[in-house]
Each structure stands twice: as C-alpha cells, then as structure tokens.
Write a protein that binds this ligand. Sequence first.
Ligand code: R5P
Length: 295
Amino acid sequence: MIVIGGSTSRDLAKELAMLLECKCILASSTRFPDGECYTRIEGESLNDDVVIVQNTYPDHSIIEMLLLQDAAKRMGARSITLVIPYFGYARQDRIFKPGEPLSAKVMANHLGLVCDRVITIDIHKESVLKNFKCPASDIKASGAIAEYFMDKGIDLVLAPDAGAAERAKDVGTRMGLPYDHLEKTRLSGTEVRIAPAKRGCVNKNVLIVDDIIATGGTILAATIQLKEAGAKSVSVVCTHGVFTGDAIQRLTGGNIDALLCCNTLESKVSNISVASAVAEELKRAKKKKGILRKN
Ligand code: R5P
C-alpha cells in the first residue's frame, strides 16, 4: 500500500503511513499564475494499492483531489482509496428551498468517478455515502475523543443539538458517563438559540461534543446556557474544526475552558488524531477483499 498526502492532509497522511508501515508520498501542489491547481506525485510508477488522503474543503482542494486521482491512475495504481477526512458540502444533503442543488450528491458523484473505495470521518450525514458507486464507509472519531478526555475529570457529555445526540451518546458511553443533548434553533447562518439545559449541570465539568465548529455560534450559545445553569467548567470538542474567521480566538477568549478538535482539518487545536481509526478501517478493507479494489 502507498499513502499519498494531498496538500490539506500531509500530517495525517504521514501518521497513517507510519501506522500502516508503508510508503508515504506527499504530492507537491502549487498554483499556476492564474490560480489553477498544479499537482504532482513524484516517482515513476505506483504499482500498488494507493490511498489518497485529501479534504474536499476548501473548494480548491476538490480540484486537487480529482487531479491526484487521475495522476495515480496514470501511474498504474492497482486500486485507489480516497480517505476524505473532512467531506465539504455534506451539510447540503437535502433540498431546503426550491431551486437549490443537492450539493452533497454532486460531490459524491464526481469524486467517486475514478476511485475504488471511499472512507470518510464523521461525515455530517451518513446517507450521503449512498451516492458513491463504489464501497464507502464512515468511521467515527468518538473513540479517539473519548480516549483523549478519559482522564480530564469530565462529569457529563452533551451534544449542542439533537443532530449530534448519537455522537454524545457514543462518547459518553465509551467514557462511562451520562450524556444528553440540548435543543437548538438555527436563526441564521451565524446565529442560533439554545434552550436552557434540562439535565442538571450545577457544579459539573461538562464536555460538549459536535461534529463541526464553523462560526462557533452554536458552541458559544451552548456554553452560555451551561454556565448560566451552573456548570463548573465547559470543555468543547468537535471532529472538524472549520473555524471560520476568528472563531478560535472568540471561542478561547471567554467562557470555554478547553477547545479541541481532531486532525481532519489541521489547526492549532487539532490535537486529537484519527489516524489509528483510519488505519484500522484500511486494514479491515484490505483483509476483507484481499485488495482494496471493488471488483
Ligand atoms: C450542525 O448541524 C452542525 O452539527 C454544527 O452544529 C454546526 O455546523 C456548527 O456551526 P457553527 O459553528 O457555525 O454554529
């Protein structure tokens, strides 16, 4: 197996190759003067099962992913597995208003044209995977998150909304802790309202778990509610730290006691690694099929 690291996921690709004890090639990716993407996988040929690790966020990373697949194919890759740590556009997984595109399906249809297998991590809605024509699986970061917080004195695990309730349940169960979820109403792209917490959190060390933090609006509103309800501390963790604008500064400058995310998107708080979970999934796929190819 050979792991190819795209520009969004070099550290994760290196860690993955180390765990799998295989070769890692970091693709060189630059921009032409007009902004178009140039990418290259160095070497003569890839006569092996190839794993490309690359996000589909931000937009220009999608082009790089498509180009890397073509380059790998031309270099003789026996099979191509895409590891997409953060699958952009997964949140537009249905038509909310007439005239909108089904963005998540568009992405799956195009990204899956050349590859043999897809692995995502905590994709916003797993149903998106049905749009891939090849085998696709989503792995969970809950194990890595629970392990990280195991010795941090947490008393209660909460999701900021019903959509993340299963995630809080998974993390809470792994940590042997109670879990629950808050009720969120989205008012706009940046504003949300969180109803007062029903579960008692007086003097508790609470861990909020979400899949994505983008503007930080959800987490800030949830933290305010929890502190008002008497929480002793509020730690926050998500899988994908998108952190638009100055979100990290806003989140770390006030009520939040700890802010962490996984290394699906690299930032100064992405200290929880999903590499072993991905490595296990790749080993499982290889064992099941003998090779990673779909046929
Ligand atoms: C929503 O369904 C997601 O799970 C996150 O709660 C949301 O994307 C967070 O966005 P923001 O940080 O902008 O509130």
